[in-house]
Design a protein. Structure first.
Length: 584
């Protein structure tokens, strides 16, 4: 799935290819998680509620006016809604600029709920589940004053198929589920071709036509890629410079990779919007900043630092400040998790179990410079805020923390007649922290009776090496981190354990089993509420077989000035709910 750069350094010896945080709720200053590395005792779950309508609940004490500065060390490759598949670009666009048929509302208790946005409800599925119909709210307008029409949603979906606009976006879901999606290339490459996957009826009805059941389709429709785009406004690659706004803010200036200035959209309909507010007069988005420098300025509350929020992730250089000025830091749940992939076809179960017992969580984290403020130990394959996920007792030593037990692991290998079993993997050799983490891992594995073949690679070649399905290595091959696209198991487990991803070199266990594929497809076709306990049972099944080692639930962290208020974390984006922030 999508895009994040904020994964704990526990797996720093391996490349971390990505497909793809609870809050105490709105208050003057809040921290949404305690700054510890212990598993969360309480998490917030996401759900759907079709009854929610606008306007968004008022924020007590909020004031209008001023300029909010939002900074990030990264710089997403595109701001076109079709390709906005990175946490930050999605957060800015869907949080402030674009509205979808659906959206996430973060309430005063920090609970994230999918609600109707530009749609009047969360859609109506046909009896066979293969047709979904959405009615849009009347009178919705773009920032230029034009009326939003059903055909604009159809065109937005169609253009997201174009490889140049949405090639790195969430379009694989559409290719899987929509009629004709497996061959369609978008309105430019397939000019004149009628796409059957989505149609409009009049100006107020959008209809999706599926080849298989997609009960979580309403979640997909919260993506910027599904927000309306009128064909008359198409500028192809230049559309990202000033996308038409339906949200409370619109682009004023755009300098790719550096800066975006947002100002109030005069045609935003606050009464119809259950998600967003319009508090600051202007929002200054700065990209590619140096996180340490920016965070130092914010903690000093100097210059624009007092009215800034940096979402880069807490820099190790300001950890002491984060503790002494804890009212200027928020820690929250993130949709991202890291893993150690194991090739289940090359490593027998008895060996996988011994490896799980030997794994040195504490040593690799310390050697890699991992901060305990930025993660929680993982014991499941899905983050704990996903509906239905429950923290069950660790299985097979998959505790997510601790020094490992090499003596016990060696005894297990002896019993299985597997002492000296070779574990081979790539590690990044041009980063000191990666080398240190690898040394800690190698030492622990050798003490447990394994033979270790660690292969050095550069940062530049690591990702390609570790997703090469034909590589001879048996450890660390595949996807070592995942950020779910929406809070449901069908956005997690098929990506980690299906034959499709395994053949692409991007699974956690290299499973290529027809029975598992069928189970994944069967659960994915169920109503999300009914599927939740099935996904939990599947998670337990995978831990019993040690299909990869869960390492860390990533925690988001934000540093903000003393004039920035109401930082509510969105656990499904790992970002603040930007439209709830006010300055003053």
């Amino acid at each position: 799935m999508r895009r994040s750069s904020k994964i704990a350094a526990a797996v720093v010896m391996l490349a971390m290819p990505l497909a793809a945080c609870s809050s105490s709720g709105p208050s003057s200053k809040n921290t949404s998680e305690k700054t510890s590395s212990t598993p969360r005792a309480k998490v917030t779950a996401s759900a759907m509620d079709a009854s929610v309508q606008g306007p968004a609940p008022a924020v007590a004490g909020a004031k209008k006016g001023g300029t909010l500065t939002i900074t990030d060390a990264g710089s997403p490759p595109t701001w076109d809604p079709a390709g906005a598949y990175y946490e930050f670009s999605m957060g800015i666009l869907s949080g402030l600029v674009t509205r979808g048929l659906t959206g996430y509302q973060i309430n005063s208790k920090g609970v994230s709920t999918l609600v109707p946005d530009l749609a009047q409800g969360l859609g109506k599925a046909s009896s066979d589940g293969l047709t979904w119909t959405f009615k849009i709210k009347p009178g919705m307008k773009y920032s230029n004053g034009d009326t939003v029409k059903a055909a604009d949603f159809v065109y937005a979906v169609e253009r997201s198929f174009d490889p140049d606009l949405g090639g790195n976006g969430p379009v694989p879901y559409l290719k899987t589920y929509l009629k004709g999606g497996d061959t369609y290339q978008g309105p430019f490459q397939d000019a004149g071709k009628k796409f059957a996957g989505v149609t409009s009826q009049g100006d107020d009805t959008v209809i999706f036509h599926l080849v298989r059941k997609w009960p979580t389709l309403p979640y997909y429709l919260a993506f910027p890629a599904a927000s309306p785009v009128p064909q008359s406004a198409e500028k192809k690659g230049a559309y990202q410079n000033s996308p038409l706004a339906t949200g409370p803010y619109m682009f004023k200036t755009f300098t790719k990779g550096q800066r975006i200035t947002l100002v109030k959209n005069p045609n935003w309909d606050a009464k119809s919007d259950p998600v967003r507010h319009q508090y600051p007069d202007e929002i200054d988005v700065r990209l590619g900043v140096t996180a340490l420098t920016q965070q130092q300025q914010i903690f000093a509350n100097s210059g624009t630092g007092a009215t800034s929020i940096d979402i880069s992730g807490l820099d190790a250089g300001v950890e002491s400040k984060a503790k002494s000025q804890s009212d200027q830091v928020v820690f929250g749940q993130s949709p991202c998790e890291s893993y150690l992939p194991l090739n289940s076809q090359k490593i027998p179960l008895a060996v996988r179990k011994a490896l799980a017992i030997a794994y040195p969580y504490d040593q690799t984290r310390k050697a890699g410079g991992d901060s305990t403020l930025t993660f929680d130990p993982a014991t499941t394959y899905a983050p704990p805020q996903v509906p239905g996920m429950k923290q069950y007792p660790p299985v097979n030593g998959l505790t997510g923390t601790g020094p490992g037990n090499p003596a016990k692991a060696k005894a297990m290998l002896q019993k299985a007649n597997k002492v000296g079993f070779e574990l081979s993997y790539y590690y990044v050799s041009d980063k000191p922290e990666s080398v240190s983490a690898n040394n800690a891992l190698k030492s622990a594995l050798q003490k447990a009776g394994f033979k270790v073949k660690d292969v050095p690679v550069s940062t530049a070649e690591a990702s390609e090496k570790e997703t090469d399905e034909n590589a001879p290595e048996n450890l660390g091959q595949g996807i070592s981190s995942w950020c779910y696209d929406w809070p449901s198991g069908d956005s997690i487990y098929p990506q980690l354990f299906s034959s499709t991803t395994a053949k692409d070199g991007r699974s956690v266990a290299n499973l290529q089993t027809a029975a598992i594929d069928k189970e994944l497809n069967d659960i994915s076709s169920m109503d999300p509420t009914a599927a939740a306990p099935k996904w939990l049972a599947f998670d337990k099944k995978m831990t019993k077989q040690v299909m990869g080692i869960p390492l860390s639930y990533s925690k988001s962290s934000y540093v903000f000035g003393n004039k920035v208020h109401n930082i509510a974390n969105d656990p499904n984006k790992g970002l603040p709910d930007f439209a709830q922030i006010w300055v003053g």
